[in-house]
Design a protein around this ligand. Structure first.
Ligand code: ARG
Length: 463
């Protein structure tokens, strides 16, 4: 009878589980990814059980040796994952019993797969967050180098995607640095709540064995022990929080991608993206497509989707653990993979982009980007700002009609619009004058860009 059913829970069953249902309910195909953390958790649990006298030292050692051998087998690709054993936890436990006999069956004393899986995911996610944080730092480091190198390069700044005011390329790049700093902070903060230990919650109510959760907590490097067993096994808010932080980071990378796509187009032609980050077209020989940024822009959607998916997964679950939670893994895994790989692509790509200095400069020169500077100049001559705005508006209209930029007009032409204009005006109409005048913290002046690079370097050095 029960020999045809799952050995871990077959005792109360009178017929084997339907073959399709076995496949339908199994998670091993994806949760085997947690094997290392599952074994890590089990070793800590066995160590603690021996310390409190539930296992003998000899039993503990046999279990730990067996688990280490299994890890080796998995890593060598020799482990036979069985769908009939449902998930990573029961596959490893069954293999342990097969290897070391009856002692293997004692490992699960005082715990449940419910606290086991919640622990495993947290251990796994904690490690992945650290990899992601390192990739963010690497990308930020690349941005700082580029910004420093191009602190003086002038490009048009945009609002509404219309030429607005000149900015420095370094300043523009440092805007991305700021966004990534906040993404970093959010993930550091999220990690604190990931790093709490549910192990010891057992199935839902705790356990009758004299467990010492502080021992496993310390062995596993958790910052705190979850304070309620029902909450410990059931909530996945930490995974949702990660996906929320990941969604924001992907949103930033997607905006960044959009700019790279625009800038590499023939119409903008602001930067050169090396060939290794692009692909060609099978039909149009002239094409060089910015595939990497396009793909990152596209991938942002799947991470937002995972955030929605996990919120929906959680929203109607009564306490405590429900099988629904098995559905947490694939979205979380994919959100992690997508964010990590997108950051990696950007961290590789950004140090390699080359601004086309002359093209950017020419674009900034056209489009009346120093119109605000002319208005500010007139304010300094004593006129109210609103009147200056009007005067400069007329000058721009004249420029549009005559095909001249402000800096190309003669003093007489400019003086048609205001008698206050004298020949010192040309200094403010230059691009260098315009960016250099925005000389305060957060401004676009080359000097301020260098100061911001210095602050950025210090931030990275203190992580
Ligand atoms: N594979 C399950 C999951 O991922 C493990 C926990 C299952 N617990 C249970 N009592 N069915 O959530």
């Amino acid at each position: 009878m029960s020999q045809h059913t799952n050995q871990s829970w077959g005792g109360r069953f009178s017929e084997p589980v339907d073959a399709f249902v076995a496949r339908f309910t199994a998670s091993v195909d994806f949760d085997k990814r947690l094997y290392k953390h599952d074994i890590q958790g089990s070793i800590a649990h066995a160590t603690m059980l021996a310390k409190v006298g539930v296992l003998s030292d000899a039993e503990r050692d046999t279990i730990i040796d067996g688990l280490n051998a299994i890890r080796g087998e998995i890593e060598a690709g020799n482990f036979d994952w069985r769908v009939d054993l449902e998930d990573v936890h029961m596959n490893i436990e069954a293999k342990l019993t097969e290897r070391i006999g009856i002692t293997g069956k004692k490992l699960h004393t005082g715990r449940s797969r419910n606290d086991q899986v919640a622990t495993d995911i947290r251990l796994w996610l904690r490690e992945e967050i650290d990899v992601i944080l390192a990739e963010i730092s690497r990308l930020q480091d690349g941005l700082l180098s580029q910004a420093e190198q191009h602190a003086e390069v002038i490009m048009p700044g945009f609002t509404h995607l219309q030429t607005a005011q000149p900015v420095t390329f370094g300043h523009h790049l440092l805007a991305w640095f700021e966004m990534l700093s906040r993404d970093y902070e959010r993930l550091v903060d999220c990690r604190k709540r990931v790093n709490r230990m549910p192990l010891g919650s057992a199935a839902l109510a705790g356990t009758t064995y004299p467990i010492e959760r502080s021992i496993t907590c310390e062995l596993l490097g958790f910052e705190a022990i979850s304070g309620n067993s029902l909450d410990g096994v059931s909530d996945r808010d930490f995974a949702i929080e990660f996906c929320a932080a990941a969604s924001l980071a992907m949103m930033h990378l997607s905006r960044f991608s959009e700019e790279l796509v625009l800038w590499t187009s023939a119409q903008f032609n602001f930067i050169d993206l090396p060939d290794r980050f692009c692909t060609g077209s099978s039909i149009m020989p002239q094409k060089k497509n910015p595939d990497v940024p396009e793909l990152v822009r596209g991938k942002s959607g799947r991470v937002y989707g995972h955030l929605m998916g996990l919120l929906t997964l959680m929203k109607s679950q009564p306490l405590a653990y429900n099988k629904d939670n098995q559905e947490d893994k694939e979205p979380l895994f994919d959100a992690v993979d997508t964010l990590r790989d997108s950051l990696r692509a950007f961290a590789d790509m950004i140090p390699a982009i080359q601004p086309k200095v002359e093209v950017m400069r020419e674009a900034a020169r056209r489009g009346f980007s120093t119109a605000t500077d002319l208005a500010d100049y007139l304010v300094r001559k004593g006129l109210p700002f609103r009147d200056c705005h009007e005067i400069v508006g007329k000058a721009v209209k004249y420029g549009v009609d005559s095909g001249k930029d402000l800096a190309e007009m003669s003093l007489d032409e400019l003086r048609q619009f205001s008698e206050q204009i004298t020949d010192d005006v040309f200094a403010v109409l230059t691009l260098e004058g315009s960016v250099g005048a925005r000389d305060h913290i957060g401004g676009t002046a080359p000097k301020q860009v260098r100061a911001a690079v210095g602050r950025g370097r210090e931030l990275l050095a203190n992580r």
